[in-house]
Design a binder for this molecule. Structure first.
Ligand code: GTP
Ligand code: MG
Length: 188
């Protein structure tokens, strides 16, 4: 049977970590600076084929602003997959992400596949010279890494999560997140 398997996926994480940017990169292959915060939630779909199986993602991109927090259960209820995002240049967003993981592990489907995603990798690429980083700090751009790969990856394996660092801006690792989730969705 070659019909796509529907997979409900929810995106959670603090406002401005780049949830909408990641999903728009995955679905529309595009990126725009200065995106408006999401109000409520947005719904998008995209197919993804791995190992001869096609899943059709039904994606709920939730709003990260605190005033929308209480809506989240409507979107993660019955979800088979979740992407919990933080911004690698802002450590408080990882604390928020850990809170979402706890909530999902308590309240969501027990089979849910969760991926922890650290976004904005482009801001801290190794090809940025020390001089550029110094200049950024002087400009107050604050673009240095605040969460190490090792720290987040250790937490993810302890909590049983998939883990990636991505850039919605450059598309680095974006498709890989959705492909790896698809591989981990149980066949029934
Ligand atoms: P809410 O809808 O409020 O929850 O925010 P969000 O998580 O959907 O964030 P959004 O995608 O709107 O992005 C917030 C800001 O971060 C925007 O100005 C984006 O352009 C920027 N941004 C998103 N992803 C990246 C990235 O990978 N790199 C860089 N440099 N900026 C990014
Ligand atoms: Mg958004």
């Amino acid at each position: 049977d070659r019909r796509p398997v529907p997979v409900k996926l929810v995106l959670l994480g603090e406002s401005a970590v780049g949830k909408s940017s990641l999903v728009v990169r995955f679905v529309n292959r595009e990126y725009a600076e200065n995106r408006e915060p999401t109000i409520g939630a947005a719904f998008l779909t995209q197919k993804c084929t791995v190992d001869d199986r096609t899943v059709k993602y039904e994606i709920w991109d939730t709003a990260g602003q605190e005033r929308f927090h209480s809506l989240a259960p409507m979107y993660y209820r019955n979800a088979q997959a979740a992407i919990v995002m933080y911004d690698i240049t802002k450590s408080s967003t990882l604390d928020k992400a850990k809170g979402w993981v706890k909530e999902l592990q308590r309240q969501a489907n027990s089979q849910i596949v969760i991926a922890l995603v650290g976004n904005k990798l482009d801001l801290v690429q190794e090809n940025r010279s020390e001089q550029n980083e110094d200049a950024d700090e002087q400009d107050g751009n604050g673009t240095s890494r605040q969460v190490t790969f090792e720290e987040a990856s250790a937490y993810a394996s302890e909590a049983g999560l998939l883990f990636f660092e991505t850039s919605a801006k450059t598309a680095a690792n974006v498709d890989e997140v959705f492909r790896e989730i698809a591989k981990n969705i149980p066949h029934d």
